[in-house]
Design a protein around this ligand. Structure first.
Ligand code: SF4
Length: 455
């Protein structure tokens, strides 16, 4: 069996499953957020009763992160609905925007977008919060009401996005019926060259198979190129499985994974036991291809979908804006790569920086280069950095969202999705690239190969 099949077999109590089987799986974790949480709660209450209790409060994680720092009253109200539910159900893992469990969330636009407006429990983007707070465990089943839930596949976990109806059903039962996907193998060899990042790897692969090339399939990553990657790199790749239509991404378990998970479950007091699934010799793939990382170059996914692959060096596109942030491109390592390129220079176009989590904000402020914080280095280069970690303009959001493209602008972005209207106006265009390429392009105002800036 493939890694995905092994996890689904175990979770359904079967010795063996094969692609195409429909199985009931026991859910280890359900995650929801402010956009889909209220709808999920509505389904749950309608189907299981107004006084129903969730199947296991410790297996539900609620993370407000999407439409948070906006004066839009309906969006603010969504966070209040989550808080009421968390209080009613006694949920231990609700990462609230404010500290008062009986309070109401209101974003105050008069205080501006840049300075912190959240309490001590707030974390930021859900997919980056899950591993940080010790909720990702190898061998487990994670469902989330968000398509990029597949990011947790980096941790040898079966993780995928579902809709509100399925999530409401899980709240009541802790189970879900799922069809076992076919598996595709992406075998990575060689070493990434300077200036090339994990983001280039996944953009290259999606360009290869197309933005529907993995529809309802498991994307399994293997090989020495994978073994050499840190967890941030694996997360970047797993995050974008859905941009090829993938059901999930899955990585083998190794000591890099184990050390990362053990440290975070210990830090947060979350469940420490887990049972990874190991690679078997006998695996069946519907697709199997070797990629040589040393041959990859800085890559861009052009408007209007993530499969529109071009090399940065071949492009001649004038830009209006650059954006670094999101679960894919807003991790500390992403900002450090970006800062490496812009340090001591000035960006030429409007450039927005949105850390994925509040921990990333702290790490960028605490990391000193030549006695200066990386946060200050970014600000000095002209990057508009906000402390309000969230999804922000990655998916557009209400019109007052930080970095949102309200007109027909062209933006190079470290995010993961670029369908028309994704970051705001339907007339805008989004070009997806690595933090290095976004940074180099911010400096020149054109899509730029970053290799001359990266030593
Ligand atoms: S940062 Fe973007 S891709 Fe990630 S969860 Fe938020 S909206 Fe979705």
């Amino acid at each position: 069996m493939t890694l995905t099949e092994k996890i689904l077999a175990r979770a359904s109590g079967k010795a063996h499953v094969a692609a195409g089987d429909n199985v009931w799986v026991n859910v280890d974790l359900l995650m929801t957020h402010d956009v889909c949480g209220p709808g999920t709660i509505g389904v749950f209450k309608r189907e299981f009763g107004q006084d129903a209790k969730v199947w296991d409060p410790k297996k539900l994680v609620i993370i407000p992160d999407h439409y948070i720092f906006t004066a839009d009253s309906m969006s603010n109200r969504n966070v209040d609905i989550l808080r009421d539910f968390a209080r009613e159900q006694g949920l231990p893992y609700f990462y609230d925007v404010i500290d008062d469990p009986n309070g109401h969330w209101h974003f105050d636009p008069t205080r501006g977008q840049l300075k912190q407006q959240y309490g001590k429990n707030y974390t930021g983007v859900c997919h980056t919060t899950l591993p940080w707070k010790g909720h990702t465990r190898p061998g487990e089943i994670l469902f989330g009401t968000d398509s990029h839930t597949c990011m947790a596949g980096a941790f040898n976990q079966f993780a995928t996005g579902i809709g509100n109806t399925d999530a409401g059903f899980i709240l009541g039962t802790g189970k879900l019926l799922i069809k076992v996907p076919e598996s595709m193998r992406f075998f990575l060899e060689g070493e990434m060259q300077p200036g090339v990042m994990a983001k280039d790897v996944i953009l290259h692969v999606i360009g290869d198979i197309g933005f529907d090339g993995a529809t309802y399939r498991a994307m399994q990553w293997e090989g020495p190129g994978v073994n050499a990657m840190n967890m941030d790199d694996r997360m970047t790749i797993a995050n974008m499985a859905i941009e090829a239509g993938g059901k999930n991404a899955i990585f083998p378990y190794d000591e890099t994974t184990g050390a990362y998970v053990r440290e975070r479950v210990a830090e947060n007091g979350t469940k420490s036991e887990f049972e990874p699934v190991e690679l078997e010799k006998d695996q069946r793939f519907i697709y199997d291809k070797v990629f040589n990382l040393s041959e990859l170059e800085p890559t861009v996914a052009c408007h209007p979908d993530p499969g529109q692959r071009k090399l940065a060096k071949e492009m001649d596109v004038t830009l209006d804006r650059a954006y670094i942030g999101s679960c894919t491109g807003g991790k500390t390592s992403d900002f450090l790569a970006f800062a490496h390129v812009v340090k001591g220079k000035t960006v030429k176009i409007d450039t927005f920086g949105v850390p994925a989590t509040t921990k990333v904000v702290q790490e960028l402020k605490d990391t000193l280069w030549d006695g200066v914080s990386v946060w200050s280095i970014l600000e000095s280069a002209g990057v508009r950095m906000t402390e309000n970690a969230s999804c922000a303009a990655c998916l557009g959001g209400p019109v007052d969202t930080f970095g949102r493209m309200n007109t027909a602008l062209k933006c190079i972005s470290a995010t993961n999705r670029n369908f028309p209207g994704r970051m705001g106006s339907k007339e805008s265009q989004v070009f997806l690239a690595s933090p290095y390429t976004v940074a180099a392009s911010a400096l020149t105002g054109r899509i730029t190969d970053p290799r001359e800036y990266v030593s």
